[in-house]
Structures are given as structure tokens and as C-alpha cells.
Design a protein around this ligand. Structure first.
Ligand SMILES: [Zn+2]
Length: 485
């Protein structure tokens, strides 16, 4: 396997000069590239040894260089990180008192290549939305970027995430103290906070989702995505967000269809965005696919849970079914190991689950005809071991340079053998991080993930239209409003 991800730069909106589109070949080209980037004014962080070889450095490794566009961010960051230094991602995070849940989530996110590329090599500052009342005015993003720099460009073997901890505690008081918390809850808050801080939509228009009846799912899903993008556009949407299809079907037991089933035939279909999948575990779940089947299983709503059917104009029995519709480049799976009993008591499901390390094929799960072929490789795992109250979080992650697995246990980071470590099976796996495998047109053997920047004006970059559907779409796009972007 080669390097893992690259950012699609071929069709991005031009932001800089044409000269920046030149491929970098050798030092001469690279120097020219960096020089022209310096004129444009965004930043890439590089180790001092490379950034200015003539000056001696007494301070840190976080000397700034400039970059202008998404173009070549991935290569630039790869070139900029000195893999001989102690950093390059193999850095532990100190425990500040029950903060292993935070460290575990941060190590998994930090090993998400395109996200780290973005914070090290892209001008994220220019995308900070300081007026968003749902965000933190950029404070959270700045702290996260700082942390990323220390993990990948620093020279020490461990880093104290005190500033990050206090920043996240200021905006989400539940993380303020030193109690053990849930790694997945932190992850959800963090991704949400970063999304709002970097949301490129300045004024969110009000759009009412229309009721769909299942007769034109492909088209309806595209309209739902367009509506979503009119309120939400960020690197988080580009990387982590997909769509679920949520189908409600009337099962009014006073009516019988020709095929013998109950109901008036009315359906209500919604396409909801998701940032991660929370999968249940039952007594019979052995594999991740079993958990996914359970997640997609049809559920009957009756009694107090009856559904209001707009055709029958009354509350009726109904079925609810969730399907995966569109899958993101980075797929986060949360296994629901913690459950609340009727008394509010929290308990843990210790059942071991088998999960694929590579080539997880979700093509039969993805119900849309469009989209990139959904094949996924695992690159990080957040583990929880022990009881609900006395447990400990660690992480496993695959390093982007040597493609070896590392165990992150607070301040300790050590290389591990995936066979000895029994990766792929166990009761401790809590959150799993997968990246989509795509064939890189530049190098047939490389397993890459293409990241397409989502915006309303570029429907050809939407996930739904990544196959031959672009032409079909062109004929239908007149009914959409493209003024908001
Ligand atoms: Zn009905």
C-alpha cells in the first residue's frame, strides 16, 4: 500500500496563480513553488531544518511557510514532515487526569490524513467563521491546529494537550472537569465544533425539506444534499459526511394491500446527513456486518410509538427502515457498547466483534446507484477496556509514512505487530475509522481517497454524481437555486 489520501485538486476553484498548477519536480521547482506560495499568503508549516537551512533554530519546529491553494497540499505536507524527527505522528498525549478518552479520540483523528493535511498545509484560517453562533469563533479550530502541529512537526515524544483540554472545556462544560468521559461523545462534539467554526456558509437560509414518497429517490437525495450544503459547507462535510435514507411506511391494520400486507401504501422518505454511524450490538452480533444489518433492520412502530400517516390522516402502525444511501471518504463507526438500563444505570456490552482491516466492501449496503465504489480500509481504532466506571481508553493507528500500526496509550506510543495485537477482533474496539480506497489515476497501485470540496455551485463534485450520472443531472438542475453558495 502506498500513501493513503490525496485531495482532489484537478477541478478546484482557482484561488492562486496559474504557476502554482505546475507539477513539482526536484528542488528547483519546489523552491519556486514555495516562493510563489509566500506571495499569496496562506500557510504551510514545515520543520525548521527544511524551512530555512541557513539559519540555526533555537526555538521550535513550527516555522511557517506559505501555501495558497488546496493544490498539492497532500504532497506538500508529506514533503514538509521530517520523518526522521521524533514527531511525524508517533507522539503520545499526556494524561491530565482521566483524559485518556480525549487522547484516544485525538490520536484517531490525527491519523486521518486529509484532515491533518488540511490543518498543516491549507489556509484553514481563511475559512474560520467568526460570526457563527453555533461555533467557538475559531478558538477550537486554532487549538486543534496547534495540537496537530505538535503531533506531526514537533520533536518531543509526547505532548501535553492542556490548552486543547481547557479550550474544549470552555465551550462544552461536560468536558471541563477531570471525570472519565465518553470518547465518542467527545469526538462528535469536536467534529461538530470544528465544522461550525469552519462553516463557509455565513448566512444559513431556511429551507424546508420536502416530503418524498420513494418514487424518485436518486433525484430526491441530490436535492436533499443541495439543501444541506446551502447551510453546511466545511472540510468536515467534505471528509466525514454521507447520507442515510429513512423510510416510513404506513401499516394501517384496517387496510389490506393486494399482496396481503397491511397499510394504505403511503411512504415518507427522508435523506439525512450523518457524520458517523452508531451501530447496535445484539446477542447474535459477531461481525461489523452483523451490527450494520441490525442498524438497517426494519422496525415496527406501534402502540405509543404509532406514526401519523398523512394519507390515512390518523396515527397508524408503521415500519421504519434506515439504509445507507451515500458514503463519505472517511467513515467513522461507533459501536454502541454502552447502554442505559431502565434505572439510568450505564452498562457495557463486552461481546467481541470481528471487523475488517482492509477491503471492507459496502457495495450491497449502499442503496444509491451513484457514488464512488464503497471499499474501505481501517486506519484507526479507539479502544475501551474495563468497566464503565473504571475503564481505560487507548488507540491504535496506522502511520501515514511507514504504514505500520502504533499503539497510543496516553503519553506512550509504540509500534505493534497487528497479528500479535489481534487487530480485527475483540471486545475493546469502540470506534473504528475507515478511509475509502480508490484507484489513483496517477499510480495504479496506490490506494488513495479523493476528497472533493462540496459546494452548491459545483454539483459535479457531489458524491452522487461521481459516475455517469453527471449528464443526467445536468438536465434536471434547472429546478435548483444556485444563488446561495
Ligand atoms: Zn396510511
Amino acid at each position: 500500500m502506498g500513501k493513503c489520501q490525496s485531495i482532489d485538486v484537478s477541478r478546484r476553484e482557482p484561488m492562486g496563480e496559474n504557476s502554482l498548477q505546475e507539477p513539482m519536480v526536484g528542488n528547483k521547482k519546489r523552491n519556486r513553488h514555495l516562493e510563489s506560495m509566500a506571495r499569496v499568503g496562506s500557510r504551510v508549516f514545515m520543520p525548521e531544518s527544511r524551512a530555512s537551512p541557513t539559519k540555526s533554530n533555537t526555538n521550535t519546529t513550527l516555522k511557517e511557510h506559505k501555501a495558497s491553494t488546496y493544490d498539492h497540499v497532500h504532497e506538500l505536507v508529506n514533503d514538509g514532515i521530517n520523518i526522521n524527527d521524533n514527531g511525524s505522528g508517533k507522539v503520545g498525549l499526556m494524561n491530565l487526569g482521566n483524559t485518556c478518552f480525549m487522547n484516544s479520540s485525538l490520536q484517531c483523528l490525527s491519523n486521518t490524513e486529509p484532515m491533518t493535511d488540511y490543518f498543516l498545509g491549507y489556509d484553514y484560517r481563511s475559512e474560520i467563521n467568526a460570526d457563527n453562533i453555533f461555533g467557538t469563533k475559531g478558538a477550537l479550530v486554532r487549538c486543534y491546529a496547534e495540537l496537530t502541529k505538535h503531533l506531526w512537526l514537533g520533536k518531543s515524544k509526547s505532548y501535553c494537550p492542556e490548552e486543547f483540554k481547557s479550550s474544549i472545556g470552555r465551550f462544552a462544560p461536560q468536558f471541563e472537569g477531570y471525570e472519565q468521559q465518553d470518547a465518542q461523545e467527545l469526538l462528535a462534539y469536536l467534529l461538530d465544533g470544528i465544522h461550525e467554526d469552519l462553516n463557509r456558509v455565513l448566512i444559513k437560509p431556511y429551507i424546508e425539506d420536502k416530503d418524498c414518497d420513494g418514487s424518485n429517490d436518486e433525484g430526491d437525495a441530490i436535492i436533499a444534499w443541495s439543501n444541506y450544503l446551502s447551510r453546511n459547507k466545511s472540510i468536515i462535510v467534505d471528509l466525514f459526511q454521507g447520507q442515510l435514507r429513512n423510510t416510513m411506511t404506513c401499516r394501517n391494520n384496517k387496510l389490506i394491500q393486494a399482496d396481503g400486507t397491511h397499510g394504505c401504501g403511503h411512504k415518507n422518505v427522508k435523506f439525512d446527513p450523518f457524520m458517523y454511524l452508531s451501530l447496535p450490538i445484539s446477542d447474535t452480533s459477531n461481525t461489523l456486518d452483523d451490527c450494520l444489518s441490525l442498524f438497517c433492520e426494519e422496525e415496527t412502530l406501534k402502540g405509543d410509538n404509532q406514526w401519523y400517516c398523512t394519507k390515512c390522516k390518523t396515527h397508524v402502525d408503521a415500519t421504519k427502515k434506515i439504509d445507507l444511501w451515500m458514503l463519505p471518504p472517511i467513515l467513522i463507526i461507533h459501536l454502541k457498547r454502552f447502554k442505559f438500563g431502565v434505572t439510568g444505570h450505564r452498562s457495557k456490552i463486552e461481546r467481541p466483534i470481528c471487523y475488517p482491516l482492509s477491503d471492507w466492501n459496502l457495495s450491497t449496503r449502499k442503496k444509491s446507484e451513484g457514488g464512488v465504489f464503497p471499499l474501505y480500509d481501517l486506519y484507526a481504532i479507539s479502544h475501551h477496556r474495563g468497566t464503565v466506571s473504571g475503564g481505560h481508553y487507548t488507540a491504535h493507528a496506522k502511520n501515514r509514512f511507514d504504514r505500520e500500526w502504533y499503539d497510543f496509550n496516553d503519553s506512550q506510543c509504540r509500534k505493534v505487530d497487528k497479528e500479535k495485537e489481534k487487530l480485527g477482533f475483540g471486545s475493546s474496539a469502540y470506534c473504528l475509522f475507515y478511509n475509502r480506497v480508490e484507484r489513483n489515476h496517477n499510480a495504479a497501485q496506490e490506494r488513495t481517497t479523493t476528497i472533493r470540496r462540496q459546494s452548491i455551485s459545483r454539483p459535479e463534485l457531489w458524491p452522487h454524481l461521481q459516475r455517469d450520472a453527471v449528464k443526467q443531472w445536468a438536465s434536471t438542475r434547472v429546478d435548483l437555486d444556485y444563488t446561495v453558495d
